[in-house]
Design a binder for this molecule. Structure first.
Ligand code: FES
Length: 110
């Protein structure tokens, strides 16, 4: 029998995450799930610290999720990069979650 870490949840279908960033509501949190590369998902809070946009409404570029409003990008660690490099006026970085693929689903410890 396969061991599942406590607090683990199946968030969405792998194919869906490969097609586009997915917004997932889980225990009162809004998360965005996307594919950093073919075999590596990313899961962070679905909120941009710059202007509270939904990151799930953005797109993926070179493995980073791009905010649809002002094009800040976020890696799977939740750290931001901004055009021009100025992120100091932002709120806290989105929380990042341990995540993995199991079967045809993306899982995370939330
Ligand atoms: S709201 Fe996301 S970059 Fe401005």
């Amino acid at each position: 029998m396969k061991q599942v870490p406590s607090g683990s949840r199946a968030l969405c279908a792998l194919e869906a995450a490969r097609e586009a960033p997915q917004r997932v509501l889980c225990d009162g949190r809004a998360l965005v799930v996307w594919m950093v590369d073919e075999d590596r998902p990313g899961v962070i809070d679905d909120r941009c610290p710059h202007g509270n946009a939904r990151l799930s409404a953005g797109y993926v570029l070179y493995g980073r999720i791009v905010c649809p409003l002002h094009m800040w990008t976020f890696g799977p660690d939740g750290r931001a990069q901004a055009p021009g490099g100025r992120t100091e006026a932002a709120g806290p970085a989105p929380r990042a979650y341990d995540c993995w693929i199991s079967g045809d689903q993306v899982w995370a410890r939330v």
